[in-house]
Design a protein around this ligand. Structure first.
Ligand code: ZN
Length: 69
């Protein structure tokens, strides 16, 4: 299980991206939202989708999620 976070992407409030703890693209603590512990990025993306809509997994730290698509 890893901690997952969502962040706003760019200037669009409704576009979000999920990162896992330790990702080098994870912004500082003031610019991210804690989602919770999840065993797969897929679960974290689902949770972020419920909260914000239009959420994607990070291409760097959530690649296992993309491979399953
Ligand atoms: Zn990431």
């Amino acid at each position: 299980m890893k901690k997952h976070y969502s962040i706003s992407k760019g200037s669009k409030e409704d576009q979000h991206e999920v990162h896992t703890e330790g990702c080098k693209y994870l912004p500082d603590v003031f610019n991210r939202e804690y989602l919770g512990y999840y065993s797969t990025p897929q679960e974290a993306v689902d949770e972020a989708n419920l909260r914000h809509g239009s959420t994607q997994g990070c291409g760097y730290c959530c690649t296992e999620y993309k491979d399953e698509m």
